[in-house]
Design a protein around this ligand. Structure first.
Ligand code: PLP
Length: 470
């Protein structure tokens, strides 16, 4: 074994060996050195674990053949594009929403040039960054005032801290939810300094439960959208209009955390239980919070709309400065909101909305094209066909409802390549392709793959299948 260790090249010898590789030309030397050291560490490990047992495996020409692709992968930026073939439209791990083209252009301009971020161009004096989106938000939702912050978690925290710190907030036990990634209503409540006053039972809460809990220390009534789960069977929650009436009777603000928060009415698709922001405002919520990058299809942001008296207090909270929205996000958000001013345009141009509303017949014909591309490029190495299935919206919206879609199924011809092996291999390709396995077969859901990604996806798949055989 020790003689094998002595066969390993030095870092300098390896550096010289890769000096002429075009893909590594502009890579800083220090980064290459780190990559080579890591590569050599892996070889030492393989020797120790007896995965490398003879000298021929350490011949330099053999090593360089492995080192080059290793380094090319090592020096790549960490944060990069992937192809989403999961069919989950709002996939939190894959960046939630992708932006409309006008929104991406707005971001580019906002960060490449100076802007009127906080200058009022009518007076030349100080302006407010929120002014750029407040009018559009009020017009779209019917609210009196609006404010945007970093994300919805920050929005909920800020609203509670402003309106209820040191006092009680009444919430139904059925709504004490945890959203993926450690956002839990009871914990956010505690951080805000407000005290949670739970009422009702897990499955049923009545108006009288809220009313009996109201006392001189009550600051607000909070309603939380259950998002990623449903309680079904013998259930009851108090409707927003009823809660709003109770709030008025005792002069208490009613806050609703909508989570996803859509402007589009998706009920035509049979997608139930997701009230639009407009309806929530009309039904009497005093303050409504929701995400910018879930079903809305914009950038990561927390949007707060509601009565002016409350929004003004929230704007003045010093905590607001710590969770404030940046200029690139504002640019993307304004561009996205402007699309919503024309609902037809929003349906066409906002990718998240267009993908949710995608026509199943069209998905079937797009699926056939993708299957064709994959079959052509993979040739003998895979058996490809299509099948009807369902995709998910994701982001906690419509959790139990599926959207009819078409899957492209890819079965590698070589029996030794399992669906799981292929799925894992595709995480290492450039770009990675994230698919899903159904009934032990690797599948691509065409809903979230763009037309201009078809060929690339087919090529990457072909390479991955070939890679599984080495
Ligand atoms: C998603 C969600 C949140 C958190 O929103 P972020 O924008 O991810 O911070 C909060 N509340 C509900 C009900 C949600 O669905």
């Amino acid at each position: 074994m020790s003689s094998l260790f002595r066969l390993l090249p030095s870092v300098d010898v390896a550096l010289t060996a890769v000096a002429d590789v075009p893909a590594l030309h502009h890579v800083p030397r220090a980064l290459l050195r780190d990559g080579i050291n890591l590569f050599l560490d892996r070889l030492r490990r393989d020797i120790r674990q007896s995965r490398i047992m003879n000298a021929s495996q350490l011949e330099h020409t053999v090593l360089w053949e492995r080192l080059v692709p290793f380094l090319v992968a090592y020096v790549q930026p960490h944060f990069r594009r992937v192809i989403n073939a999961t069919g989950v439209v709002v996939h939190t791990n894959l960046g939630r929403s992708i932006l409309a083209e006008v929104a991406t252009r707005a971001v580019t301009e906002a960060c490449a040039r100076y802007s009127n971020l906080e200058m009022n161009l009518d007076t030349g004096g100080r302006g407010s960054r929120y002014s750029h989106v407040e009018d559009a938000l009020c017009r779209l939702t019917g609210a009196e005032a609006a404010l945007v912050v970093n994300n919805n978690a920050a929005a909920v925290l800020l609203v509670l801290e402003t309106l209820a710190k040191g006092r009680e907030v009444i919430v139904s036990r059925g709504q004490l939810v945890e959203i993926g990634g450690s956002f839990r209503i009871p914990e956010v409540m505690e951080k805000s300094g407000a005290t949670l006053r739970e009422v009702g039972a897990t499955n049923r809460t009545h108006l009288r439960d809220y009313e009996q809990a109201i006392n001189e220390n009550t600051a607000a009534l909070l309603k939380v959208h259950a998002s990623n789960y449903r309680i079904i069977g013998f259930t009851k929650e108090v409707s927003l209009p009823e809660l709003a009436e109770l709030g008025s009777k005792y002069d208490l603000p009613v806050i609703e955390d909508l989570g996803s928060g859509n402007f589009s009415d998706f009920s035509g698709l049979g997608l139930l239980d997701e009230p639009t922001v407009q309806k929530t405002v009309a039904d009497g919520a005093d303050v409504v919070t929701f995400s910018g990058d879930k079903v809305l299809g914009g950038p990561q942001a927390g949007i707060i709309v509601g009565k002016k008296e409350y929004i003004d207090r929230i704007k003045k909270n010093p905590l607001n400065r710590a969770v404030r929205i940046d200029k690139m996000t504002l640019a993307a958000l304004e561009a996205t909101l402007r699309l919503y001013l024309d609902p037809e345009k929003a349906r066409r141009e906002i990718p998240t909305v267009a993908m949710i509303l995608a026509d199943p017949v069209q998905l079937a014909s797009r699926g056939a094209i993708l299957a064709d591309d994959v079959a052509k490029i993979c040739g003998e190495s895979a058996v490809v066909d299509t099948v009807s299935a369902e995709s998910r919206v994701g982001g906690g919206a419509f959790p139990e409802q599926g959207l009819p879609t078409t899957l492209v199924r890819v079965r590698p011809a070589h029996e030794g390549i399992s669906a799981q092996m292929l799925k894992e291999r595709l995480l290492e390709t450039d770009p990675p392709v994230i698919g899903r396995i159904e009934h032990d077969v690797f599948c691509l859901d065409v809903r979230t793959v763009a037309d201009d990604e078809f060929e690339l996806t087919a090529n990457v798949l072909n390479k991955a299948i070939a890679g599984c055989m080495n």
